[in-house]
Design a protein around this ligand. Structure first.
Ligand SMILES: [Zn+2]
Length: 298
C-alpha cells in the first residue's frame, strides 16, 4: 500500500513539473514574440526589451553573472547595409566547482522589419514584424528552462554555462565573438549544445535532427543519445555531420565537442507566420527530458 502511495506521489510530482515546464516555455516564447520586442532585430529597440527579459530570467534562476557586474558580453557588428552597431551575448553560469563545463547556446535575435532576410514577397509583409517564435524564441526558452532544471541538480558532474547569442541573423557575430573571447578560452568544455528552431517537433514523425561530428566525442555522444532515448522511445533522430550548421559550425571547426539540435526548417521560416501558436510545447518538453537524460549520462 505504501509503495502504491509512493508511486502516486511520484506521478503527481512528475505531472506537476511537466505542466510547470510547459507554462514556463509558453510564457517565455509569448514574451519574446510580443509586439513590443519588434521581432528582436539587431537594430530594433525591441531587442533591448528581450535582453532585459532574458537577464531577469537568469537572475530569477540564480545564474552567476558572466563578469562581476553583468551578464552582457558586448561586441560590434555590421548589418547588411554595412551600418555598425553594438550587440550583446547574454551569459550566465552555474558554478559547481568542477573543472569541466557543459555549454548551452541559442540565438535570441531574429530579423528586423523590412529586412532583406525576410522570405515574404511583398514590401508590406517584409516590413511587418517577424516574431520568430520557432526561430529562435523556442531555442532561448529551452535553454532558460534547462537552466531552471540544472540549478536543482543534487550531484552535478559539470558546471553549466548558458549563452543567449546575438547578431546571428546578420552574420553569426555572437558565436564568433564568444569563441574568440578570453573568457571562453579559459573553459574546459565537455560539450557545447546549440539550439536553433526546436519548437516544430512533428507530432507524428517526432524527428529531431542532431548535428554531430564524426570525432570520437561525436560517436560517444551519439551512443549516449541513443541509449537515453531507447528508455523513452520518444524521438527519432536524423544524425548527420553535415547538419552542424550556423552557430555550431565555428565551435565544431575549433575542435570543441559540439552538438546542434533542430526540429528543422518549416514553411514559416523567416516569414511573419512563424508565430507562437504553431509551437509544439509537448514536443519541446520531450526534447527537454531527453537533454536532461543526456547531460546526466555523459
Ligand atoms: Zn535561427
Amino acid at each position: 500500500m505504501k509503495y502504491v502511495f509512493f508511486i502516486i506521489i511520484v506521478l503527481f510530482n512528475n505531472s506537476k513539473i511537466l505542466s510547470q515546464n510547459r507554462n514556463y516555455l509558453k510564457k517565455t516564447i509569448h514574451v519574446l514574440c510580443s509586439t513590443e520586442m519588434e521581432g528582436r532585430g539587431v537594430d530594433s529597440k525591441g531587442i533591448n526589451l528581450a535582453q532585459n527579459f532574458i537577464v531577469k530570467q537568469y537572475g530569477d534562476c540564480g545564474l552567476l553573472k558572466y563578469n562581476s557586474n553583468s551578464y552582457f558580453q558586448s561586441f560590434e557588428c555590421k548589418d547588411s547595409l554595412g551600418k555598425l552597431s553594438l550587440s550583446k551575448n547574454i551569459i550566465g553560469f552555474i558554478n559547481n566547482h568542477i573543472d569541466s563545463t557543459i555549454v548551452f547556446c541559442a540565438h535570441y535575435d531574429h530579423i528586423d522589419v523590412c529586412s532583406n532576410l525576410s522570405r515574404e514577397l511583398t514590401t508590406k509583409l517584409k516590413c511587418s514584424i517577424h516574431a520568430g517564435a520557432n526561430d529562435n524564441a523556442s531555442g532561448v526558452s529551452l535553454i532558460l528552462s534547462l537552466a531552471k532544471s540544472c540549478i536543482k541538480f543534487k550531484k552535478p558532474k559539470y558546471n553549466f554555462l548558458f549563452v543567449a547569442l546575438s547578431a546571428h541573423e546578420i552574420g553569426l557575430y555572437g558565436s564568433n565573438y564568444l569563441l574568440e573571447s578570453d573568457y571562453f578560452k579559459t573553459l574546459k568544455i565537455k560539450a557545447l549544445l546549440n539550439f536553433d528552431m526546436v519548437g516544430g517537433l512533428n507530432s507524428v514523425s517526432k524527428e529531431l535532427i542532431i548535428g554531430l561530428s564524426d570525432t570520437e566525442a561525436g560517436k560517444y555522444f551519439s551512443k549516449i543519445i541513443h541509449l537515453v532515448n531507447d528508455t523513452s522511445k520518444l524521438i527519432i533522430f536524423k544524425h548527420n555531420a553535415q547538419l552542424l550548421q550556423s552557430d555550431a559550425t565555428i565551435f565544431n571547426k575549433n575542435n570543441i565537442p559540439t552538438l546542434s539540435f533542430t526540429t528543422g526548417i518549416t514553411e514559416d521560416y523567416h516569414k511573419i507566420t512563424d508565430t507562437e501558436e504553431k509551437i509544439n510545447y509537448k514536443g519541446m518538453i520531450e526534447i527537454h527530458k531527453l537533454l536532461i537524460a543526456f547531460i546526466t549520462n555523459i
